[in-house]
Design a protein around this ligand. Structure first.
Ligand code: CU
Length: 69
């Protein structure tokens, strides 16, 4: 499993944390380590899912996400 940390814009409260956690949890090959307001840390299987797909799932939930360098 590879690790990635994402910066997420538009999160403001525990509801947002729950929404992002749920969106990430629905992705195959993704294991959520931590979600806080503004960031998420996940592990993922690069054979099943890409960092771009992880960011897209967060965007589908209504937030802007990009991987931290
Ligand atoms: Cu919120």
């Amino acid at each position: 499993m590879d690790k990635i940390e994402l910066e997420i814009e538009g999160m403001s409260c525990e509801h947002c944390v729950a929404a992002v956690t749920e969106a990430l949890g629905e992705l195959p090959g993704v294991s959520v380590d931590a979600v806080r307001v503004g960031t998420a840390q996940v592990r993922y299987d690069p054979g099943q899912v890409s960092p771009e797909q992880i960011a897209l799932a967060i965007e589908d939930a209504g937030y802007a996400a990009h991987a931290k360098a």
